[in-house]
Every structure is written in C-alpha cells, then in structure tokens.
Write a protein that binds this ligand. Structure first.
Ligand SMILES: [Mg+2]
Length: 190
C-alpha cells in the first residue's frame, strides 16, 4: 500500500508546542483543551495577519525545530515501512524544507519515499492535499486537520483522523477518527 502522512500533529508534536511557545511569548494561559477552534486568529484573539506573523515566528523558534515526535509514531513508522511505501504530504512552507529533512533524518531515517510540501494557508500558491494524494496514488491518508481530511476524503481516499481538540467536528464519509498509533497500525493491518 502507499500510505500518506501529514507531518504536524501526526508525527511531529506541533500545535501543543506552539501553544506553550505562545503562552510564554504573549502571556496567554491557553490549555490544550482551549485549542478547539482551528483558526489561529480566533484562538489568539488577533487579526489574521498577526496570526500569520506569530506562526512564522514560531516556525523559526528553537522549540519548533527541537520538537519530539508524537508518542508511538517512531515505532509505528518502523513497522509500516517494512511492508508499505510511506509518503509525507505537509502544508509546511517550503523554506522549512532543509530543517524538516534534518528532523526527519533524526527520528525517521530512511522511512519516507517522498516528502511533498503543499504550502500553508497564507501562501497563494498552496496546493490541495487531495490533488497531491491522487497524483501519488496514496491509498490511505493520516491527517489531523478537519478541512484537509474532508478534502482528501472527497477525492475517494480513506482518511484516518488523529484525534485532537481542534478536530471535534462531525466527520464526513470515509473519515475515521483514531486515538493512537497502535490503533492506526491495527486498522491498517485489517
Ligand atoms: Mg497537521
């Protein structure tokens, strides 16, 4: 099988690290449970432009590139790569390519056949994950963002949605909520 992975909050502990960074930098006291709205400007009570500025600031911060993988993800990728082709489709900006490859080499060496950057929401040249997944022949995709899950599923590709506070929405057809890496392995082996 060709299995597609989102990177942030599927393999890399992104939003919770950003939450801690934001609390320390902007004096907020957000808990993980406060991360229920997807849009950062609503979450942070600022303008969309300011949320992009803060996001880019976090991208460059050591706490972002020193982040550790999510529990169970390293073992799961080691297991899955034995029998499947693994591909990453991430909305991270392309200027983080080098650092992202370094991070992947550190925790997931020789694991992914391809890493595609679709670019973030603020980039006018961003691509849809559904398009990229179809092009690459991805048969199942693992994602945490509700809008990406819906987009990929609408192209006929089943999605496993990693459970987080920001994706507590009714799920469309072909999207299944999952709660841990061992559960994902179990479902993929079915
Ligand atoms: Mg993500």
């Amino acid at each position: 099988m060709i299995i597609g992975f989102d990177l942030d909050d599927v393999l890399l502990n992104f939003q919770d690290t950003m939450r801690v960074y934001h609390n320390e930098t902007y004096g907020t006291k957000d808990t993980l449970e406060d991360s229920r709205v997807w849009n950062l400007w609503e979450r942070w009570n600022c303008t969309p432009e300011e949320s992009v500025r803060r996001l880019k600031e976090f991208f460059e911060h050591p706490s972002h590139y020193n982040v550790v993988p999510l529990p169970g993800s390293v073992e799961a990728v080691q297991e899955l790569k034995k029998n499947h082709t693994l591909v990453i489709v991430s909305a991270k900006p392309e200027n983080l390519k080098q650092r992202t490859f370094e991070w992947l080499d550190k925790y997931f060496p020789n694991s992914f056949a391809k890493v595609i950057f679709t670019r973030p929401h603020y980039d006018p040249n961003k691509r849809k994950k559904s398009e990229v997944c179809k092009e690459l022949g991805i048969e199942v995709f693992i994602e945490d963002a509700p809008h990406n899950a819906e987009d990929v599923a609408s192209a006929g590709i089943p999605v496993l949605l990693f459970d987080w506070p920001w994706n507590q929405v009714p799920l469309p057809e072909r999207v299944t909520r999952v709660f841990s890496w061992p559960e994902i392995i179990e479902r993929l082996n079915q």
